[in-house]
Design a protein around this ligand. Structure first.
Ligand SMILES: NC(=O)c1ccc[n+]([C@@H]2O[C@H](COP(=O)([O-])OP(=O)(O)OC[C@H]3O[C@@H](n4cnc5c(N)ncnc54)[C@H](OP(=O)(O)O)[C@@H]3O)[C@@H](O)[C@H]2O)c1
Length: 240
């Protein structure tokens, strides 16, 4: 891929999203980076980064931004949630399950990425390789689930993985240059992971910058036949 690209990062206000914006600035000098976030707020000042405040559940809003951005080389969806910093913590047992929490996590982790893929995938570059990735999680793998718990998060990410697989088939059929994948960023220091890092050995913990760099390495190396799969930050495929 040439160095000058059009790149979209959704969830650009998050720890990994911010690091991806900075990582892209460094890796692809001169590229146009479109940083999408739900609130206007603190943002990196750089003339190559254009910030868009987006209501991710408003399809007119999404369609408008997608049209404005135009042809895309790389898009990464880094939106996601696990807890609400209050009472809505990941469920340790099925008795903690609630419709409200499940719906909230599905909305953020599955429906928002789905709507973003719906509106932005038609703009993926047809003349050279283009990649659309959504940050999922290893815990969304059914075969990898040895511990249980975290019902809503696991289910919403498993559903996201199916969405990615299904979209990859359609998108690649219409545009053979396009690759659609899920990415597991590792265990990364962020407000999302913070309450659960107590038992994580420091050697297994990534900073947002480290994770973003590894994820961009994966995107640089991903091949057409891997479209639809979930890849970890080390490039290894995670079984569904
Ligand atoms: N950190 C990890 O260890 C880890 C591990 C596996 C997977 N992941 C995945 O990586 C992605 C990024 O996570 P992160 O660690 O960077 O978390 P983070 O710092 O909390 O960022 C989360 C992002 O999602 C947005 N978001 C949250 N709730 C939203 C809502 N209701 N509507 C719209 N946007 C919303 C946030 O926007 P605001 O800034 O406006 O709140 C922020 O941009 C997530 O999909 C997460 O599941 C993370």
């Amino acid at each position: 891929m040439s160095d000058q690209k059009t790149i979209v990062i959704a969830g650009a206000s998050g720890a990994i999203g911010q690091a991806l914006v900075l990582g892209c600035l460094e890796r692809y000098p001169g590229s146009s980076i479109h940083a999408l976030q739900r609130h206007s707020g603190t943002s990196q000042a750089n003339h190559n980064v254009k910030h868009h405040s987006v209501d991710y559940l408003n399809e007119e809003d999404l369609a408008g931004v997608a049209k404005l951005v135009g042809e895309i080389d790389i898009m990464i969806v880094a939106v996601g949630t696990l807890h609400d910093n209050g009472s809505a913590q990941p469920e340790k047992a099925i008795r903690a399950l609630s419709a409200e929490q499940m719906q909230r996590l599905y909305t953020v982790n599955t429906i928002i990425p789905g709507l973003l893929i719906k509106h932005f995938s038609p703009f993926m570059n047809r003349d050279r390789r283009s990649v659309l990735a959504a940050l999922s999680a290893r815990v969304g793998s059914i075969s990898d689930n040895a511990l249980g718990g975290w019902y809503s998060y696991r289910c919403s990410k498993a559903a996201l993985n199916m969405l990615i697989k299904t979209a990859s088939i359609e998108v690649t059929r219409k545009n053979p240059s396009a690759i659609v994948i899920g990415l597991h960023p590792g265990t990364v220091e962020s407000s999302l992971s913070k309450p659960f890092l107590g038992n994580v050995p420091s050697a297994s913990l990534l900073s947002p910058d480290q994770s973003a760099k590894r994820l961009l390495d994966v995107l640089d190396g991903v091949e057409a036949q891997q479209s639809g799969s979930l890849l970890a930050y080390d490039g290894r495929e995670i079984a569904p």
